[in-house]
Design a protein around this ligand. Structure first.
Ligand SMILES: C[S@@+](CC[C@H](N)C(=O)[O-])C[C@H]1O[C@@H](n2cnc3c(N)ncnc32)[C@H](O)[C@@H]1O
Length: 267
């Protein structure tokens, strides 16, 4: 078998279907967005992401799954127009609040999903999807992003299929089926005729730095879905056993930052 015989798009879809991830709805992200009201944007992640971007000759940007505007708001001062697209209306409200705080009048929002019709989504110089690419069909998402970009696309996707929480998945008896790894994306882009670049961004995991076992268990539930009493007991034991390990929350989160040119030169 040769690499061209492998259908990475189908493999990704199969892997996504088989992963243990609790499905998230727009309303679950709305609830999360309410908790984020008044909180500053995550600057360390945003500054590392932006440091890997090339804004040369770019005037417009579409931020897909923009959340509170982590990337869109950060780069907006350098651009003429930024569009934030998200299926959570509350996330978009947070993005607009950040725009007002920053005195920006060039940020517009689009309340849409990856799965909606994008015919009225504006074409932009740059399209980004930051930590928002856990879609059922990656090839479809990549085609949608590329169809809306005139210059470059940027996407961050998990390395290893875990949010730095493989050890916790183990405690819960869920270690086997992580999410699809970034490497599918590289191969799907290659099969679409692109030559993607890859960088890696590393941060403390989303379960790190909790102040109490209750906060820790709440964060584990957000990641893994509803827990049984047995799982809660196992987590309480794990948390109490080793303070330093509990503070690390299981491990770092590593993001692959994948970028590709959509003009002829990048193909
Ligand atoms: C982890 S947050 C990332 C937010 C932001 N891009 C960042 O890096 O901070 C994921 C975002 O993707 C959005 N999202 C998840 N699934 C989506 C979908 N099917 N269509 C549009 N947005 C989606 C969520 O509402 C949420 O705002």
């Amino acid at each position: 078998m040769l690499i061209h015989d492998v259908d990475f798009a189908q493999m990704y879809r199969d892997h996504m279907r088989q992963s243990d991830r609790a499905a998230k709805t727009a309303s679950s992200w709305d609830a999360r967005a309410k908790e984020l009201k008044g909180k500053p944007l995550q600057s360390e992640y945003a500054s590392q992401f932006v440091a890997h971007m090339d804004l040369t000759d770019a005037h417009t940007l579409l931020d897909v799954g923009c959340g509170t505007g982590t990337i869109g708001i950060t780069v907006a001062p350098h651009l003429q127009q930024v569009y934030g697209l998200d299926y959570s209306a509350e996330m978009l409200a947070r993005m607009q609040e950040h725009a007002v705080e920053a005195g920006l009048t060039t940020v517009a929002t689009l309340n849409k999903s990856w799965y909606d019709d994008w015919s009225d989504v504006p074409v932009c110089d740059i399209v980004v999807a930051s930590r928002s690419s856990l879609v059922a069909d990656m090839q479809d998402a990549l085609q949608k992003m590329t169809s809306k970009a005139t210059k470059r696309c940027y996407m961050t996707h998990l390395v290893d299929g875990h949010f730095g929480d493989a050890a916790i998945a183990d405690v819960l008896g869920k270690q086997k089926r992580g999410l699809p790894d970034y490497i599918y994306i590289v191969n799907i882009l290659f099969s679409m005729g692109f030559h993607p670049r890859i960088d890696y961004l590393c941060f403390p995991g989303r379960l790190a730095g909790t102040k109490s076992v209750e906060e820790f268990i709440g964060k584990v539930e957000w990641t893994f879905g509803e827990l049984t009493t047995q799982q809660v007991n196992a987590l309480q034991e794990w948390y109490a056993e080793d303070d330093e390990r509990a503070q690390q929350g299981g491990g770092d989160t590593r993001w692959a930052m994948i970028s590709w040119d959509v003009d002829k030169v990048g193909r």
